[in-house]
Design a protein around this ligand. Structure first.
Ligand SMILES: C[S@@+](CC[C@H](N)C(=O)[O-])C[C@H]1O[C@@H](n2cnc3c(N)ncnc32)[C@H](O)[C@@H]1O
Length: 260
């Protein structure tokens, strides 16, 4: 039966690959890569570097195909993502049927960890549920940008016995979540930390984590928000793209630590 390996490759540093991920890379006959057209070349280069560095077997190949477009202007965000996922499942199913032999292993290199804000696993599960292409699949975890963020700032994500919430910039714009005082924000194109009341909140921000261009800023939100906004804009203008993640931490009376 055809097999598909979803391999978490970390979020920028080739040295963050796990031993298990390296072993998985070496089992893959065909890597599938969807070209978003506008994707940063640096991230494509990093994937190539990872393969060249860690794959010892010679007989592997890449199959690339243009990614399907997502309707970013749709009013119903979840419906738009679900439609997009269906069309991606069609595309992946066709690629695997055409390009993978019956006993071959395919691979998808997933940025960071496959469990966090990545649609690849959902798409593969859709293909399996349809049942028209018999397929086994495995998920190999990777180091997420969230873990790198915490490590770089030498902090924990949660405080003792407390929850941490992971959310998006879009949701943060609606207000600081009420369920947690520690909130990790991803997929934030608009620096949504500016939309929350800064009083009593610290931020641990990181961009291009794990890469040579990594930038870190931490401090009380009221003190550093403007600097983060300016740094972000400059970095985005000079590199042409940015990926950033941050932890917002509401200070608690009993644990009134400030970042260094
Ligand atoms: C589509 S999600 C993928 C997340 C990924 N699966 C992970 O585990 O990190 C992309 C978001 O992850 C965050 N991200 C990924 N890589 C990053 C990096 N190297 N530095 C900072 N943030 C990163 C950003 O918030 C970005 O908008």
């Amino acid at each position: 039966m055809r097999k598909l390996l979803l391999i978490g490759i970390g979020s920028g540093d080739p040295e963050h690959l796990t031993v298990q991920a390296i072993r998985a890379l070496n089992r893959v006959d065909v890597f599938f890569a969807l070209d978003k057209g506008s994707g940063p070349r640096d991230l494509i280069r990093l994937r190539q570097e990872i393969c060249e560095r860690y794959i010892e077997r010679k007989a592997y190949r890449f199959v690339e195909a243009p990614d399907v477009a997502r309707d970013r202007g749709a009013d119903d965000y979840e419906q738009a993502v679900s439609d997009w996922s269906d069309r991606r499942a069609d595309l992946y199913e066709r690629l695997m049927r055409d390009e993978l032999g019956e006993d071959d292993a395919g691979g998808i290199l997933v940025w960071g960890d496959p469990s966090l804000y990545d649609g690849s696993l959902r798409v593969v599960q859709q293909i399996v549920e349809r049942g028209s292409l018999p397929l086994e699949y495995e998920v190999i975890p990777g180091i997420s940008s969230v873990q790198v963020l915490a490590a770089r700032h030498r902090t924990t994500l949660n405080r003792i016995g407390r929850p941490v919430q992971i959310t998006t910039g879009r949701l943060l714009s609606e207000g600081f979540p009420t369920e947690s005082d520690d909130v990790v924000v991803m997929l934030d194109g608009k620096a949504a930390f500016q939309d929350v009341p800064a009083d009593g909140v610290d931020i641990f921000w990181g961009a291009y984590l794990g890469t040579d261009d990594e930038v870190l800023i931490a401090g009380p939100l009221s003190d550093v928000a403007a600097r983060i906004v300016a740094t972000r804009a400059e970095a985005r203008a000079s590199k042409g793209w940015i990926m950033d993640t941050y932890l917002l931490r509401r200070r608690r009376p009993a644990n009134n630590e400030k970042p260094e």
